[in-house]
Design a protein around this ligand. Structure first.
Ligand code: UPG
Length: 419
C-alpha cells in the first residue's frame, strides 16, 4: 500500500503540472491485494479520470511455497512477458517502475520504452541501493551476523543489523534481488525519489556526485517529493473520538501497511507499554495471527481495553492516517518509519520505535510527549514542514525536478516540447 499510494501520488503530481499526460498504473493482483488496496484503487479510478489501472493477468501461484515478500518477487518475475504485452498495447512515453520491479527493465527494453525508477523511500535508502554492489564486495559475510558499523557515502555509520531487511542475509533470495536492483539502477534513464533537496542534502549530494556507484555513470536524480496522499473525505469513529480529546494530548501509533502485522507477543508488549505510559493514545493494530473480528480482543492483555477506556482508542486494521496526523488532538506519532509515514509526519511529530518491548514503548511515548527531546523534535519537524511546502511551490526544487524529468523523457523519445 505504501508503494501504491506514492506511485499514484507521483502520477497526480505529473498530471497536475503537465495535464497533457495520462497515467496508466500496471498492477498485480494476488493475496496481498487486501480490502484497503481494492477500495483505494476504486476511489482513485472514480475520482481521477486521467489515472487508470491496468490489471496484469493473474499468475497462479502455490502460496504455501512463499512468504509474503517472496510472493511479490515471484509474481513480478513471472509477469515480465505480461508487462511487455501491456507496454506494446499502451505505447507509453516512459515506464516508471517501483524498485521491486527490476525485471520489468527487460520488458521495457524489448518494447523500446525508456525506464525510470521510482524510489518510494528516501535518498538515504537509495544510497544503500546504489552502493550495494560495492558493499557486496567489501563485506564478505551476512550483515545480520556482523555486529559492526557499515559505512555508506553521505550517511552516518549504520549498525549492520539496521541494513535493509532484504540485504541482511547473503544466502537469501532477497539478497540477490537487492543486488540485482543495485546493478540495474545505474542502467535506467533516471531515478525519481520521493524526497526533496533540503530534507536529505548529504545523501542527495553523494548520489549526484556519483560516489555511490563505482565505475559506472549515475543516472540523473529527480527529487520530486514530498508526494503525500490527501486527507480525503469520509468519517471514521476514531476521528470522532479524537474530537473529544484535549489539544495535542494523544499519541498515535501505527506501523505502516505491512510491517504493522505483529505477532500476538508483540501486540501484548505494545499494549503493556501504552498502559504503563499513562498517556492518551490512538493505536492501529494489525496481526498475522488472526483476521477474525471476534478474536481481536483476545490478542490484547486481559482487561486492557477496560483499563484504558476513555484515554485509549484501538482501531483494527486501518485508520485514515493522514487525517489523524493533521488532527489537533494528536501531539505525537510512534511509527515504524516507513517513508510515507515519515513524510506524513512532517505534518505532525514522530519518534522511531525500534525494540518492541513494553518498557521501550513506555519510554518512547513519555519521551515524545513529556521531554525536551520531544520538544526539539517538534521544532525540527515544523521547520521541515515549511521546507516541504517551499519545495512544492512554483520554482521550488521538486517542481524544477519534475520539469527536468518531463524534458528528459521527451528527449529520450525524440518528442518536441508540445508533445
Ligand atoms: O492504518 C493505516 C496504515 C497506513 N496508512 C497509510 O499507508 C501508508 C503506509 O506507508 P509507509 O508508512 O511507507 O509504510 P509501509 O507501507 O509499511 O512501508 C513500506 O514502504 C515504504 C515506502 O517504500 C518503505 O519506506 C517501508 O520501509 C516499507 O515497509 C501511509 O501513506 C499511511 O498513511 C493508513 O492510511 N492507515
Amino acid at each position: 500500500m505504501g508503494h501504491l499510494i506514492s506511485m499514484v501520488e507521483l502520477g497526480k503530481f505529473i498530471i497536475k503540472h503537465h495535464p497533457s499526460y495520462s497515467i496508466t498504473v500496471l498492477t498485480l493482483t494476488n493475496s496481498f491485494t487486501t480490502g484497503p488496496i481494492t477500495s483505494y484503487i476504486r476511489t482513485i479510478s472514480a475520482t481521477i479520470p486521467a489515472i487508470t489501472f491496468h490489471h496484469l493477468p493473474k499468475i497462479p501461484l502455490d502460496l504455501q511455497m512463499y512468504d509474503s515478500t517472496a510472493v511479490i518477487f515471484e509474481l513480478i518475475r513471472r509477469s515480465v512477458q505480461n508487462v511487455e504485452d501491456a507496454l506494446r498495447s499502451i505505447s507509453p512515453t516512459a515506464l516508471i517502475i517501483d524498485f521491486f520491479c527490476s525485471p520489468a527493465m527487460s520488458s521495457a527494453a524489448n518494447a523500446n520504452v525508456p525506464v525510470y525508477y521510482f524510489i518510494t523511500s528516501g535518498a538515504c535508502c537509495l544510497v544503500t541501493m546504489l552502493y550495494f554492489q560495492t558493499l557486496d564486495q567489501d563485506y564478505l559475510g551476512s550483515f545480520k551476523d556482523m555486529n559492526r558499523l557499515v559505512y555508506l557515502p553521505g550517511l552516518p555509520p549504520i549498525p549492520s543489523s539496521d541494513m535493509p531487511e532484504l540485504a541482511l542475509d547473503r544466502n537469501s533470495t532477497y539478497y540477490s534481488a537487492f543486488l540485482e536492483l543495485s546493478q540495474y539502477l545505474p542502467k535506467s534513464a533516471g531515478i525519481i525519489v520521493n524526497t526533496f533537496d533540503s530534507l536529505e542534502p548529504k545523501p542527495i549530494k553523494a548520489i549526484r556526485d556519483g560516489v555511490c556507484v563505482e565505475d559506472q555513470h549515475t543516472p540523473p536524480l529527480y527529487c520530486v517529493g514530498p508526494l503525500l496522499a490527501d486527507a480525503g473525505d469520509g468519517s471514521h469513529e476514531c476521528l470522532n473520538w479524537l474530537d473529544s480529546q484535549p489539544k495535542r494530548s494523544v499519541v498515535y501509533l501505527c506501523f505502516g501497511s505491512e510491517a504493522g502485522m505483529f505477532s500476538s507477543d508483540q501486540l501484548w508488549e505494545i499494549a503493556k507499554g501504552l498502559e504503563m505510559s499513562g498517556h492518551r493514545f490512538l493505536w492501529v493494530i494489525r496481526s498475522r495471527s488472526t483476521m477474525r473480528e471476534d478474536d481481536w480482543d483476545l490478542l490484547l492483555p486481559d482487561g486492557f481495553l477496560d483499563r484504558t477506556k476513555g484515554r485509549g482508542f484501538v482501531v483494527k486494521m486501518w485508520a485514515p492516517q493522514v487525517k489523524v496526523l493533521s488532527h489537533k488532538s494528536v501531539g505525537g506519532f510512534v511509527t515504524h518509519c516507513g517513508w510515507n509515514s515519515v513524510l506524513e509526519a512532517t505534518r505532525a511529530v514522530a519518534l522511531p520505535m525500534d525494540v518492541l518491548e513494553a518498557a521501550e514503548v513506555e519510554k518512547c511515548v513519555r519521551q515524545l510527549m513529556d521531554s525536551a527531546e520531544g520538544k526539539m523534535v517538534r521544532r525540527v519537524v515544523e521547520a521541515k514542514r515549511v521546507d516541504a511546502a517551499r519545495a512544492l511551490s512554483d520554482n521550488g526544487s521538486s517542481r524544477v525536478a519534475l520539469a527536468a524529468l518531463v524534458r528528459s523523457w521527451r528527449k529520450d523519445r525524440g518528442l518536441s516540447s508540445h508533445q
